[in-house]
Structure formats: C-alpha cells, structure tokens
Write a protein that binds this ligand. Structure first.
Ligand code: F6P
Length: 554
C-alpha cells in the first residue's frame, strides 16, 4: 500500500528525510535558495548574462516552457529576455520525440557553446530526470571546464550514486564520472546539484510524470523567487517552501474526490476512443495549450502510440508558441499546430470515436462555441467561472485557482502575477492522467512497465533489455540476444549482427514496431521470433498477449 501511495503525484510533497530527501527537505530548500541568489544577480542586470535550461525529451520541452514564461515576464516590464533553452534534436523535438540526439554529448556541448558565445556569466541548468542523458553530460562537462563563466546546476531525481554509469559512445566519460566532477565543484560552491527524491514513477521510466512535474515546480520556484527579488517586489526574503505549498494545494485539489471522478470519466472516454482507433485532441490557449501539446508528444515514445493518437493544437499556432526556429509546418502534418489547422485538417473528419478536450486559460473560452458543434466526444478544462453549457459537453472540469486553491497568504501578492503557471500545473496533472490512464486501459502497459516502448536510444535500448530480462527470467546477455533477434527479425544472429555497435542496433530498431513485445514473447516461450510475431498478430492487445503467454508457461 505504501508502495502504491508513493506512486501518486502527491507523494512528491512528502517530507522525506535522509540523504537527498524530498522537495521539502532542508538541504533541498537550501539549494533552491542558493540557486535563486545566483539567478537574481543575473536578472538584476539582464543584459549581463544568460540563464540556460537544457534537456532531452520532456526535460527539454519543460526547458522551453520555462524560458518562454520568464522571458515574457521580463519583456512585460520592458526588460531583455535573458532565458534560453536547448533541447536535443532542436525544435523538432518540441513536438515529436527525437531520441538519437540525446546520446550525443558533443552535440550538447556545441549547442551550448553556440548560444553562450561571448557571455560573461551563465547560469546553466541541465535537466535529466534519471541523471542519465549524454547530451546534458556533455554540457555539464563543458561548464565544469569553464567555471569562470558558468555556474552549472544538475537537476534530476535520482540519488547521485545512481547516476548512469554506462559507457557513452564516442566519449571518454560516463554520466556518473561527470557527476563526480560536479560534486567537487559543488563543495567549492561553484555548482549545484538539485536532486530531491520524488518517489517512483507510476509507470516505470515514464519520467514525464512525477519527475516532469517536479522539474516544472522546482524551476518555477527558483525563478519566481529570482524575478520577484530582482524587481524588489517583496521586502521579505524569498521562501521557497511557501511557493512549493501552492503546488501541493493544487495537487491535492486535482486529486480531490470531486475532481478525481471527473478525471476518471475523461480517462474512460479517452480509452474508449483509443480502443476504437480514434484520437484525443487538445485545443488550447497560450501556455495551457502548450501543456497539452507536450503531453501529446510523449505518447509515441512511451506507448508506441501513433502520432495521430493524441495531438495538441494551440490558438495562434507558431506565433503564439514562440519557439526559436519558428514555423515548422513544412516538416509535415504533425507539425501543423494551430487551431486553424485543426479546423481544416481534423474537424471535418471527427466522429464518435474521437475526443476533443478544450484546455482554457483563466481569461478565455473562445473555442467553446466552435467545439460544441462538433460531432464527437467533448470535454472542457476551464479556469474561470464562465458559462459553459454543461449539456453540450461529456465532461466539464472547472477550477478556480483563487477559490478552489488557496494560493497561501504569505506569497499571494507576489504570485498573483504568475497565476497562469499554476493553471498549467493543474492542466499537466489532468492531461498526464488522461493519456496515461487511457493507454493503460488500451492495454499498452503490463503491470507497471511500458512494455511497448520504442528502442530509439541507448537508455531505451538497455531499458528494453531489462524489461525482457524481468519477465523472461533469462540472463541479461540472453535477454539482449532476444532483443537483437527481434530487431533483425532472425533466430540466428550472425557475426556481423553481433559486431555492430549499440548505436547501429538503435538505427535499425527505431522505425520498427513492437520490437520489445516480440522479444519478450520469444524469450518467455523460448520460441522463434516468427512464432512470437504470430501471437502478436492474433492478439494485438499487448497486456493480454503477455499475460496469456506468462500464464501458459507457469
Ligand atoms: O529517451 C527518451 C526519454 O525517456 C523521454 O521520454 C524523456 O522525456 C527523456 O528521455 C528525458 O529523460 P531524462 O530527463 O532522464 O534525461
């Protein structure tokens, strides 16, 4: 029971003691304060330096969102936006997963060098939930070699002794080596490691969930503090704990009985649509819309969903989105992101097997009348007490950040200017619940493992080996052989297969379907790959075929 409870988002707010500790642990609060001080000194003179967030996948997308939020804030008071983001795979990766570049420390370093050219002072925050991404390792390593300019921060959610120690191809260090060097700089007061314990993810490896939420919460806590201090908006010293309390209150509200019932209804609707090969569409405004788009972008790598299963659209398209490379429509239909695109490309084809969810900001519900007329399932998540014709929607979730969620008297005046950010957090928890729940109900998860993941980078390659081993009881080497057999669609691995690098295997595996389930079934049954494939064709629901197979060998 305790184990289950630790998986809920609320668990991240537990006051865990011991080394590392939870987000309220005194050592974590102290680190938050120290990073806030460095950030404040840069923001006081925003032309004097840069604040750079960087990461892979969801961590990079949250880097983008945070930079966007605080640049807008600075620009709103006539200041220069000094926040920058980096994401492995560049802007394309904001919308679709681009996992191979995550393995490249040199590319990470070069991208950082390029945006920091001629800077005198840079606060660099490298986000990697598992303390694992080579792309971020290359950047931290570069910062450590240039401590006169950079203050490096490692943000993640593993204890340092669990940092990844696997060889990084074409590099001479592991992530763990970089962490050891970073620890020396931390003891000299020249770097920081922010790695609270947030507990296990509900789906193992799905760091978009608790770790992603904690990333957003911690970054916002630091930069709301730095912004308010640099603008002299508060006389008292910034207290990160008060700010964390706001998110705790929001989390409790999302998971309160009345909201949980509505969210469960939404999950069931989403699952029904996915089961019928329909889709879930988020239509959003401003940053709330971006939260939906990020949630959608994570479904293909996590659940082997198609790019059409869950999609997000935003009013104003790329102009509102505000990414560095601008309009990416030329890359194909999955880079069509505006509401106008939705109206022309999607709306005419909607039916009973589709679900459209409006994600609204506090001030606007403009899509409601258009969505009402669509012939599909409809839901709305709104943050103001506006008139929503309940009868036209399957689910209406209405939260008022002031009334429903107590912002906390101590910081209320200060944080009033950031209310949209709290709505984003509420939205993230709802969207994550919907897509996770819907894919679980679709049978994409076995126990708590994402068994149908893409083998698209080094981390995912070894995660796949671990999953095969866990369910087949084969040795690690034999499990890896089954994975290779599935990748190369053969029962006889040749010399040339075995002599290839992991990166070569990943190149072949990335576009393939059901690589891990096929390898798992073959490993459990000790059968040819073709036999495993036949079973998957007969029973396409992954969870069902795995449990049937495991039962048959008991
Ligand atoms: O490699 C894919 C992935 O697992 C993404 O799904 C995830 O968002 C990303 O890696 C980031 O992982 P981390 O934050 O641990 O570096």
């Amino acid at each position: 029971m305790k184990y289950m409870k630790e998986r809920y988002p609320q668990a991240m707010f537990l006051r865990q003691d011991g080394e590392g500790g939870g987000i309220y642990h005194p050592s974590v609060l102290r680190t938050l304060e120290q990073i806030t001080e460095v950030a404040t000194s840069i923001l006081k003179d925003a032309d004097s330096g840069l604040i750079v967030f960087s990461g892979c996948g969801t961590s990079g997308r949250l880097a983008f969102m945070t930079a966007r939020t605080f640049n807008k804030k600075l620009e709103s008071v006539g200041k220069h936006g000094c926040f920058k983001y980096l994401i492995a795979g560049k802007d394309k990766a904001l919308f679709t997963s681009q996992e191979a570049p995550e393995d490249d420390p040199i590319c990470g370093k070069e991208m950082l060098q390029e945006i920091c050219m001629n800077q005198r002072k840079v606060l660099f925050i490298g986000i990697t939930c598992g303390l694992s991404a080579p792309y971020v390792a290359g950047q931290l390593d570069y910062c450590l070699k240039n401590l006169d300019v950079f203050t490096p921060v490692l943000l993640g959610f593993n204890p340092t002794n669990m940092a990844r120690n696997n060889k990084i191809e074409k590099w001479n260090k592991t992530f763990s080596d970089v962490v050891s060097e970073l620890q020396k700089a931390v003891s000299d007061g020249k770097a920081f490691i922010l790695n609270p314990v947030v507990g296990p993810e509900p789906i193992t490896g799905s760091s978009r969930m608790k770790s992603g939420s904690a990333t957003k919460i911690l970054l916002e806590t630091i930069f709301v503090g730095a912004y308010t201090s640099s603008q002299n908006l508060t006389k008292s010293k910034w207290n990160p704990q008060n700010h964390l309390d706001i998110y705790r209150a929001i989390c409790e509200r999302v998971y309160s009985v009345d909201f949980s019932k509505k969210i469960s209804h939404l999950i069931k609707l989403g699952a029904e649509c996915l089961q019928k090969n329909g889709s879930i569409y988020y239509l959003g405004l401003d940053s709330i819309g971006i939260v939906g788009m990020i949630d959608a972008s994570e479904c293909p790598p996590t659940y082997s969903a198609t790019l059409d299963d869950v999609r997000g659209f935003i009013e104003g398209g790329y102009t509102c989105f505000g990414n560095k490379e601008g309009d990416l429509k030329h890359l194909g239909k999955h880079f069509h992101i505006s509401l106008e695109d939705f109206k022309t490309d999607i709306a005419p084809h909607l039916g009973e097997k589709d679900l459209v969810i409006i994600l609204s900001t506090e001030g606007n519900l403009s899509q409601a009348s258009f969505v009402q007329s669509l012939s599909c399932h409809k839901a709305v998540l709104a943050f103001k007490d506006c008139d929503i014709p309940q009868e036209k929607f399957d689910v209406v979730i209405r939260a008022q950040i002031d009334n429903d969620i107590n912002l906390g008297s101590v910081v209320k005046d200060v944080v009033d200017g950031f209310r949209n950010m709290y709505c984003e957090m509420f939205t993230k928890w709802v969207c994550n619940a919907v897509t996770t729940g819907a894919h679980v109900m679709k049978g994409k998860v076995y126990q708590n493992s994402m068994v149908d993941l893409k083998v698209s980078n080094n981390k995912l390659y070894y995660r796949s080996v671990g999953i095969i081993q866990k369910f087949s009881n084969e040795s690690r080497d034999e499990s890896e052989r089954y994975l290779l057999k599935s990748i190369y669609n053969t029962d006889n691995l040749s010399e040339s297969h075995c002599s290839k690098t992991v990166a070569d295997h990943i190149d072949v595996a990335t576009p393939l379907e059901r690589v891990v389930p096929r390898a798992m079934l073959a490993a459990i049954l000790k059968c040819p790959i073709s036999e495993a494939e036949k079973r998957l064709i007969q029973e396409p629901v992954i969870r069902t075929v795995i449990s049937q197979t495991l039962n048959s060998v008991k």
